[in-house]
Design a protein around this ligand. Structure first.
Ligand code: PLP
Length: 402
């Protein structure tokens, strides 16, 4: 196992996978664990835990500009996405009979897979929303799809976890509202990186996750007004508005609130710093590996892309091998896409953007965060040329055809 000193000297550029816990969140968690009490218990200890949960709800609501009653605590982004997709689908289907789910082709698996399950098991139909070469949906196409009717819900992520492309979520929420269709957005990657006024955006349900913003693992929320009809996924004590059952993890919730507050308060300054560091990194990579290809929106504004995301293809290389070679050089990055049963597949996001499978398999994601520095950029650009050369020598990706 790597020693603490070796870990400390590593360059961590995988903030989109998870983030270090910020001190305020750690302190909040530690403080809360000093006390016993189930937030649902009626005695003094229980009421203390309940107060902590309700104060956390208020803090998250204030940071995101919604009413506290809109915050449903969950165990993370995946659970929130499942609750939104299945909960909205079942409710709408029961009342209106609508069974079509509109979703973009670049959604995270936490959205794609529940939709696929609803199709296989619950008579749902899919209306795929294609993206352009930058990874963005076309609002006119969404409007056309809505006009065909029978739509149970529409879900389009706020910002993509692989290539960082930002979607026009306020406009999508508006056209869904006009069509009377609930709109969900997965904002897991957007929180803390993009300005977020949820009342102004007006989505019916928004997913956020704690460990992506400096909070602990295993906490998250679905932000949905009490008037949004959601059928529960898990049944039990009915703790969260009868929509999400399970004893709340008061320490995690309290730490999550500290992390969200910090993420939102520091967002503008962090975005400015990350955008500048990102440009440095893109420039450094393209100067040492001239044939590297930048993926996603080449623009710099927060309305088009995440400020800390750099996603590049290295033609002739196998992305996973490149990742391991950089790992050996002390750099923690990602291919950005998931393996299926241990077999690396070309990313569905890149394929949806029209990237060919071989190039897709040659890609790496560097996601910057609060502790990233110009020295990290230097380490990455120093390590890349030999890693790319070795990866090229080992041969280009073998693409499995199904
Ligand atoms: N949605 C997006 C866009 C993500 O990037 C992730 C995590 O990578 C998730 C959902 C899942 O969140 P969690 O890890 O909290 O379950």
């Amino acid at each position: 196992m790597a020693s603490m000193a070796a870990m400390a000297s590593r360059v961590y550029v995988d903030y989109a996978a998870t983030t270090p816990m910020i001190p305020a969140a750690r302190e909040a968690w530690l403080e809360a664990t000093r006390h016993v009490g189930n937030p649902s218990s009626l005695h003094t200890s229980g009421r203390h835990a309940r107060r902590l949960v309700e104060e956390s709800r208020e803090r998250i609501a204030a940071a995101l500009r919604v009413r506290p009653s809109a915050v449903i605590f969950t165990a993370g982004g995946t659970e929130s996405d499942n609750l939104a997709i299945k909960g909205l689908y079942w409710s709408r289907r029961r009342v209106t009979g609508a069974n079509r789910i509109l979703l973009s082709t670049v959604e995270h698996h936490a959205v794609l897979d529940p939709v696929q399950w609803l199709v296989e098991d619950q008579e749902a139909q899919v209306g795929w929303l294609a993206v352009d070469a930058l990874g963005r949906v076309d609002v006119d196409e969404v409007e056309r799809a809505l006009s065909e009717g029978d739509v149970a819900l529409c879900t389009v992520m706020w910002a993509n976890n692989e290539v960082g492309t930002v979607q026009p979520v306020a406009r999508l929420a508006e056209i869904c509202r006009a069509a009377g269709v609930p709109f969900h957005t997965d904002a897991v990657q957007a929180l803390g990186h993009l300005p977020m006024d949820l009342t102004a955006v007006g989505a019916d349900a928004v997913t956020i996750s704690s460990h992506k913003v400096g909070g602990p693992f295993g906490a998250g929320a679905l932000i949905a007004k009490p008037t949004t009809a959601l059928t529960p996924v898990a049944h039990g004590g009915g703790q969260e508005r009868e929509v999400r059952s399970g004893t709340l993890d008061a320490p995690a919730v309290s730490a999550f609130a500290a992390a969200v507050e910090h993420a939102v308060a520091e967002q503008a300054e962090r975005a400015r710093q990350l955008a500048s560091l990102r440009s440095e990194l893109v420039e450094a990579i393209t100067s040492v590996v001239p044939d590297a290809i930048l993926n996603g929106d080449p623009g710099v504004g927060e309305e088009v892309r995440l400020p800390g995301n750099v996603h590049m293809s290295f033609p002739g290389c196998e992305g996973d091998l490149l990742l391991m070679l950089l790992d050996a050089a002390g750099v923690d990055c990602s291919t950005g896409s998931a393996c299926t049963a241990g077999i690396p597949e070309p990313s569905h996001v890149l394929l949806a953007m029209g990237v060919d499978p071989k190039t897709a398999r040659s890609s790496l994601r560097f996601s910057l965060g609060e502790s990233s520095t110009s020295d990290d950029v230097k380490t990455i650009s120093a390590a890349l040329p030999s890693a790319v050369e070795r990866a090229k020598r080992a041969g280009s990706p073998v693409v499995r055809t199904l």
